[in-house]
Design a protein. Structure first.
Length: 247
C-alpha cells in the first residue's frame, strides 16, 4: 500500500487532516501529516520562515518514509510540494494538488494572488502584521471562503484552529523545471465550489504544467473536512493510477 504525505496550507497545521487521515489509515495506507515550520509549537520567529524551509521539511519527511510517498498539497502547499519536488524529484512517487496553487515557471505566491482579479477580494478577509511578519484570517469571515460547505459546528472548530501565517514564504520565488519537477507524476483535484481559489483559476493553473490526471469534487475549499470519504476515494483512485510512459 502507498504512503500519503499530506501537506497543509496557509493558516493551518497538521490537525486539519484529522478527519481524512484516519480514513486513509483504515484503508491500509500509511499517512504522514507534518506541520510546516512556524505553524506549530516550534517557537520560530515568523520572519525566519521561508518557502525553502517548508520544502526542506517535506523532503525530510519523504526521506524518513519507508517508501516514496504520494505528496498531497492543499492550497498554498501546492507551491511547497512543487519546490520540494524540484529540489528532489526522486523522493516522490506522485504529487497531488488538492485545489492547490501551481507555480508558473518562476513565481511568488502573494503577487500571483494580488494579480488575479478573482483573488484580490480575499485579501480583505485577512490582516497583515508586517512588523510581526504574519498574515491572519479574519475569524468572522473565515468560514465564508475556507469552510463554505462544512456544518456550522465544524466551521466553528476549524476557524478556532486557524493560526497566523508567516508572510516571507508568500513572497519566496518558486522555480520549477521540466527536467526535475516535470518528471514526477502529477494529479490535480479541483473543487467546483471553492470560494478561496475559484474553479476558473484552478483550471488556468492546470495549464501551467502537465497533469496526468484531473479529478473533480463538488466541494468548497476544504473537502478533507466537508467530505473526507469522497476525498479519500479520489486519493485512493489516484494512488492506483500508473501513468503511461511515452515510447
Amino acid at each position: 500500500m502507498a504512503t500519503f504525505l499530506l501537506v497543509h496550507g496557509a493558516w493551518h497545521d497538521e490537525s486539519c487532516w484529522s478527519h481524512l487521515a484516519p480514513l486513509l489509515r483504515a484503508r491500509g495506507y500509511k499517512v504522514v501529516t507534518p506541520t510546516l515550520p512556524g505553524h506549530g509549537g516550534d517557537n520560530l520567529s515568523p520572519w525566519s520562515i521561508t518557502m525553502e524551509q517548508y520544502a526542506r521539511a517535506i523532503t525530510d519527511a519523504a526521506r524518513a518514509s519507508d517508501e516514496r510517498p504520494i505528496c498531497v498539497g492543499h492550497s498554498m502547499a501546492g507551491f511547497v510540494i512543487a519546490m520540494a519536488a524540484e529540489k528532489n524529484p526522486d523522493l516522490f512517487k506522485q504529487l497531488i494538488f488538492l485545489t492547490g496553487f501551481v507555480p508558473n515557471g518562476k513565481g511568488r505566491l502573494l503577487p500571483m494572488i494580488v494579480a488575479d482579479p478573482s483573488l484580490r477580494k480575499r485579501i480583505l478577509h485577512s490582516d497583515f502584521d508586517f512588523l510581526g511578519g504574519t498574515n491572519s484570517v479574519r475569524l468572522e469571515t473565515a468560514a465564508e471562503f475556507l469552510y463554505t460547505d462544512c456544518p456550522t459546528q465544524l466551521q466553528r472548530v476549524a476557524t478556532e484552529a486557524l493560526i497566523p501565517q508567516p508572510v516571507r514564504p508568500l513572497f519566496s520565488p518558486v522555480e520549477i523545471s521540466e527536467a526535475r519537477f516535470g518528471t514526477v507524476p502529477k494529479a490535480f483535484i479541483e473543487c467546483v465550489h471553492d470560494q478561496a481559489i475559484p474553479l476558473a483559476l484552478q483550471r488556468k493553473m492546470q495549464t501551467f504544467t502537465s497533469f496526468d490526471q484531473v479529478r473533480t469534487l463538488e466541494a468548497a475549499h476544504s473537502p478533507f473536512l466537508s467530505m473526507p470519504e469522497k476525498t479519500a476515494d479520489i486519493l485512493e483512485e489516484l494512488a492506483g493510477f500508473t501513468p503511461q510512459l511515452s515510447s
